[in-house]
Every structure is written in structure tokens, then in C-alpha cells.
Ligand binder design. Structure first.
Ligand SMILES: Nc1nc2c(c(=O)[nH]1)N[C@H]1C(S)=C(S)[C@@H](COP(=O)(O)O)O[C@H]1N2
Ligand SMILES: [Mo]
Length: 529
């Protein structure tokens, strides 16, 4: 076979046909590549651009912009769907464009030249570019591999995906435009491009169908169905059942960690790095403690707050075993989903900061961080990193996922309270008032506990003490109730305020930015008729 730069047979084809064939082959290649990515993700938990591009670019959006966009598209879940959708679309467009380029250029090249072009442009270049851009989030693995292994796995996944693209493009382009072996060289030959394109189109539809089915399957296990789940209303119990515990996740698909591959590392500014398997972690002395978590984005009357009994190992034990260096001031917590957050070293050394592996007496549910999560009492829920895999001792420069977006600077929960019953804008029959209208709700003082709850039925002009039915602990919420005896019909604005265990009364802090969590009082309007 000749290796000289002989023009390829297809170069005789008109340019428009070459580009058309390239477009088609490129689109098919894009579909195949996307399907390979979906397979890698759903079968092996591999991180692919479909899910991690969002993690990468969200840190470039200031919170205000992020929230505005979120509002426009209709919420966090919609935004995630839109994100994945646009990456898929982008991949198909890039694929088609790459195919057109290949159709235009490749027939003019020698066999070796074509090979170099396709490998260089469709494998090496995208691998380098994508790996460089996604570098900070490559260490993601939804099956729970440690960060270094996860990085290698993600790179292999990218290599496989781009190779699938390149092979599909080259073979299908040759398939459309090439001449059969049976036709002797030199003979006039016009490939039946139309018919072959139709066959390839059919193949494309098949792949697209398969990819779509995979996508549907992934949507089924995606976080859309439970991200943002709230716990509130008349049925609120002292301890939130696991299935009803509020849920917030940055992920489209949450990790399902395999304990066998999972490790917990203690690294960074330490004398001796540590690495724990789950069994070793569980063999250490355990603590059990009730702690309430609340999301920084929780509105005054909203339910992104829940209370559970957590069992695990105090973080301080793991830190002491690693001997932090004197320069260490912060602890950077890394999760297998590449989520990160920081806590001050002093907070990490507090014995109530836990690495928890049980929730209400059961193993942590997957969506709440199986096999282990951090519990940081008194700080917003985001600090309670789920699916923890690395504890890195570091200095003040470290910042977490949401902090980089502009949340904070204060992450300590301010005292809050909520009226769960009656509902806002409800109508109540005046006749029932003589027996007392039952009011109830929660109050939460971070890690200071709750000492008092008061109710006002005149929008804060006068206050009466509510009864604390469930005092909770210093680290948990309290449940309160109040019998309200209004005398006359009309519309009333009920307000609740709490006092924490140190005697500090709940306030509205107008200077506190919403990015540090809102302050103020929950109000409920009731119409007595
Ligand atoms: N790894 C990881 N940990 C995470 C998150 C996440 O997306 N990934 N979300 C955080 C946020 S914003 C909150 S409010 C809490 C919610 O915990 P829950 O879903 O168990 O209630 O988890 C935090 N830990
Ligand atoms: Mo959160």
C-alpha cells in the first residue's frame, strides 16, 4: 500500500457533499460520544462533562446572578436540567462542526495525515483542553473513589469518550464517502452518498434513542425528585424521620458510594497523613448527638431545616491522630462529588463536630451522605459536608464551593423561629376560639439552644410566652405550642420570636446580607370569621 500523499478518492467529491457527509458523521459521533458518557456515568459512576461542567462554572457566577438566573428558569432543579441539556446540545454542535471540518480537510491529506489530524484534533486536543479547564473538578467520582483515583478515572473516561467520537467520525465518514474494495483503483466511481447517508441517519436515530433512554433512566435516579425537599407544617415532630429530612444537593445525580472503594483521608498541614477504611472509622469510640441542620438559603417560614440524632466519631479524634501543624487555621472538607467547604480549626476541634455514619439509628441514607458526613452544629447546613472523603488541614485562604460563589461571609446560624400551625392566610371559625386556637412551631438557636419562645397576635406590639413542649438540646431546635384566645373577628398577624440558651433574643439584623442567611421574624396572617 502506498504511503505517499495521494489524494483521497473522496476529494473528487464536490465540497458541499464532503461537508454534508462530515456534518452527518460528526453528529453521529457526537451522539455516540454522549451515549458513551451516559453509560460510563450510569454504570461506573464516572464523572463526565455532562455533570461536572456545572460544578466548574458555577463558581464564576456571583450569587445574585446565580439566583436571578435560577428564578428565571424556575428553580435549582430546572437549572441543573438546563445545564445538562446545554452540555449535550453543545457536544452535538461541536461534533457536527468537527465533522464538517474533517469532511473539508481530510480528503486532501494522506492516510497518515488523516490519522494524525483525527487523533490530534478529536482526541488529544479536546482531552488537553477539557482536562485543563475541568482540572479543579476532575477528582469527582459518584461511586466514591478517593480524589486521586477519581481524577485518573475521569481522565480515562474522557479519553474513552473522545476516542469513541474519533472512531465513529472517521469510520462513518469513510463509510459514506469511500469506495468499495471491489472497485479497482483508477476506475470512475460515484459513491451512492444519499443512500448511505440515509443508513447512517437511521443508525444515528438508533443511538439517539438509546442515549435518550439512558438519559431518562438517569433522570429517574437524578436529584430532581428530592432536591429542595422541605420539612414543615402541623406534622413536624421533634426528630425528623430520615425519609422526610430536608435535602439540598448541588448534584444532578448524587453519589452512591461503595464502601469498599471509599477512604477517608486526613491530609494537608499535618505531621502524619491518615487514611481510614470505614471499618476502622467505626471501630473508634463513637458519640451520639442530636443536631439540627438548616440551609443558608432557608426562608423565614420555609422548611430547609430538620433535626436528627447522629452517631459518629468526633472529628477532633482524627485530627489529633494526624497532628496538625501550627500553621493550620482552617479545615477544608472534600466530598466525593467534589463539593468542598471549610470550617475554622477551632470549630473542627470542638468535640461536637462529628464524622457521622448513622442517622436516627440507621446507616446514613445515600442522599444524606452515605457512608459518612460531617456534622457541624451551629453552622449552616452547607458546612455539614456529605459523602466526605478528605479532611485537609489548611490556612485562611481556603474557601468552599458556595463561599466561592459569594455566599457568606457569616456561616453561623442566627436564632430563628417558625409558626407551623396555623398556615398563612388561613381562615378560622371564631366559634372555635373560645376553646383556644392551637398554635405551634419550632425555634432554633444554632448551638446555643432555646430558652424561651414568645408569640404576638398583634404583629409584635405585645408578646406572651409560648409553652416549650420539646426543649431539644443546645444543638437542636425546640418545639413550642400556644393556645390562642382571640376575642373578636378580624385579621390577625401572628409573630413568633425566640430567645436562645444564652438569653439573646432573636433579632432582625438589617446589616446582615442575605448571603449570610436571612434574619427576622416569621409572620402568619389569620382571618377570624
Ligand atoms: N457533598 C455535598 N455535601 C453537601 C452538599 C452537597 O451538595 N454536596 N450540600 C450542602 C448543603 S447546601 C446543605 S443545606 C446540606 C443539606 O444536607 P441534607 O441534604 O442531608 O439535609 O448538605 C450540605 N452538604
Ligand atoms: Mo444549603
Amino acid at each position: 500500500m502506498s504511503t505517499t500523499a495521494e489524494p483521497h478518492e473522496t476529494s473528487r467529491l464536490p465540497r458541499a457533499k464532503r461537508v454534508g457527509a462530515g456534518l452527518l458523521a460528526g453528529t453521529l459521533a457526537g451522539l455516540v460520544m454522549t451515549t458513551v458518557m451516559l453509560l460510563l456515568m450510569s454504570i461506573f459512576g464516572v464523572a463526565t462533562p455532562l455533570t461536572i461542567i456545572g460544578d466548574r462554572i458555577s463558581v464564576f457566577f456571583p450569587v445574585e446572578q446565580f439566583l436571578a438566573l435560577m428564578g428565571k428558569v424556575g428553580g435549582y432543579n430546572r437549572m441543573k436540567q438546563l445545564g445538562v441539556g446545554s452540555v449535550i446540545l453543545g457536544q452535538l454542535i461541536f461534533g457536527a462542526a468537527g465533522g464538517a471540518f474533517y469532511g473539508l480537510i481530510s480528503p486532501r491529506l494522506s492516510r497518515a495525515g488523516r490519522r494524525m489530524l483525527s487523533i490530534g484534533v478529536f482526541i488529544v486536543l479536546p482531552l488537553l483542553a477539557v482536562a485543563a479547564f475541568l482540572w479543579p473538578v476532575l477528582g469527582t467520582h459518584y461511586g466514591g473513589y478517593p480524589i486521586r483515583n477519581a481524577t485518573a478515572i475521569t481522565l480515562v473516561g474522557l479519553l474513552l469518550s473522545f476516542t469513541a467520537f474519533e472512531r465513529t467520525l472517521v469510520l462513518s465518514f469513510a463509510g459514506i464517502t469511500g469506495r468499495p474494495r471491489a472497485v479497482p483503483p483508477g476506475t470512475e466511481y460515484t459513491p451512492p452518498i444519499g443512500r448511505r447517508a440515509l443508513i447512517l441517519g437511521g443508525l444515528g436515530l438508533l443511538v439517539a434513542g438509546g442515549g435518550y433512554a439512558l438519559l431518562r433512566k438517569l433522570c429517574g435516579v437524578a436529584t430532581f425528585s428530592y432536591d429542595g425537599l422541605q420539612y414543615k407544617g402541623a406534622g413536624v415532630q421533634p426528630i425528623t424521620p430520615n425519609e422526610q429530612f430536608y435535602t439540598v444537593t448541588k448534584n444532578v445525580v448524587d453519589p452512591v458510594v461503595h464502601e469498599k472503594v471509599w477512604r477517608l483521608e486526613v491530609t494537608g498541614l499535618v505531621k502524619t497523613r491518615q487514611r481510614y477504611k470505614i471499618d476502622r472509622l467505626k471501630s473508634l469510640d463513637r458519640e451520639t448527638q442530636e443536631t439540627t441542620l438548616m440551609c443558608i438559603s432557608n426562608g423565614l417560614g420555609a422548611g430547609l431545616i430538620s433535626n436528627a440524632v447522629w452517631t459518629g466519631v468526633p472529628l477532633v479524634k482524627l485530627l489529633r491522630a494526624a497532628s496538625p501543624l501550627p500553621e493550620a487555621t482552617k479545615v477544608l472538607l472534600h466530598s466525593v462529588d467534589n463539593y468542598t467547604d471549610t470550617i475554622p480549626l477551632a470549630k473542627a476541634l470542638n468535640p461536637t463536630t462529628l464524622i457521622a455514619y448513622e442517622m436516627n439509628g440507621e446507616p446514613l441514607p445515600h442522599r444524606h451522605g452515605f457512608p459518612a458526613r460531617v456534622i457541624v452544629p451551629g453552622y449552616f447546613g452547607e458546612k455539614s459536608v456529605k459523602w466526605i472523603t478528605r479532611i485537609e488541614l489548611t490556612d485562611d485562604r481556603a474557601a468552599g464551593f458556595y463561599e466561592k460563589q459569594g455566599w457568606g461571609p457569616d456561616f453561623i446560624v442566627p436564632t430563628r423561629s417558625r409558626i407551623d400551625q396555623p398556615e398563612n392566610e388561613s381562615r378560622v371559625d371564631l366559634a372555635s376560639a373560645s376553646a383556644g386556637i392551637p398554635l405551634k412551631g419550632i425555634a432554633f438557636g444554632g448551638d446555643h439552644g432555646i430558652s424561651r419562645v414568645e408569640i404576638s397576635a398583634d404583629d409584635g406590639a405585645t408578646w406572651s410566652d409560648a409553652k416549650i413542649d420539646y426543649p431539644g438540646t443546645n444543638l437542636s431546635w425546640a418545639l413550642w405550642s400556644f393556645g390562642w384566645y382571640p376575642a373578636a373577628a378580624g385579621s390577625y398577624t401572628l409573630v413568633v420570636r425566640a430567645t436562645d440558651g444564652d438569653g439573646n433574643v432573636q433579632t432582625l439584623d438589617e446589616k446582615r446580607p442575605f448571603t449570610s442567611g436571612v434574619t427576622g421574624f416569621h409572620r402568619v396572617v389569620v382571618h377570624l370569621t
